[in-house]
Write a new protein. Sequence first.
Lengths: 113, 114
Amino acid sequence: DAGVIQSPRHEVTEMGQEVTLRCKPISGHDYLFWYRQTMMRGLELLIYFNNNVPIDDSGMPEDRFSAKMPNASFSTLKIQPSEPRDSAVYFCASSLSRLETQYFGPGTRLLVL
Amino acid sequence: SQQGEEDPQALSIQEGENATMNCSYKTSINNLQWYRQNSGRGLVHLILIRSNEREKHSGRLRVTLDTSKKSSSLLITASRAADTASYFCATANAGGTSYGKLTFGQGTILTVHP
């Protein structure tokens, strides 16, 4: 298995632009997680899905952030409009169950100018 | 505040020495997990220890869990330069609305000098 795949790996955009991050979880994993990592706040859980259904989005910072999982093999995290404070590394992870090992993708490094 | 708090924040040792990192947490947990992150990369799972376990081994890694003190430690024996990375503990909540949610600490930066 290729592991969790994220794209793009790097994204540089200007304030106000829409940003879409993509994730393909490991096949057969029922849970998908989106995290954000910054120096100031560390690794934060933004949202997670179970069987394509959003379960807990309490970590989503504000309405500018949205996430979807249209099928078991694809998820997106969208920021619209983007702001400089959104600059961070965004990770996607998947797991077989909520309590078990999470497998992380390589991350998307986002810079909003 | 972070559920898992690692100590120390940074650790610098020589190759061949042992490295010990500690993690403290506040609420009841189902399990505690340790992850490694190399610079610029994603997190890699190292070991999971359940709340009813006290010690677990995996290769050169040894993890202990003391639920009465709400603390865990990760010991890396005979360290290598390739062990240089950030190490995070993550706690899986035992109940409530955050059941199963993984909360990560700020991490310990380990540097192993050849």
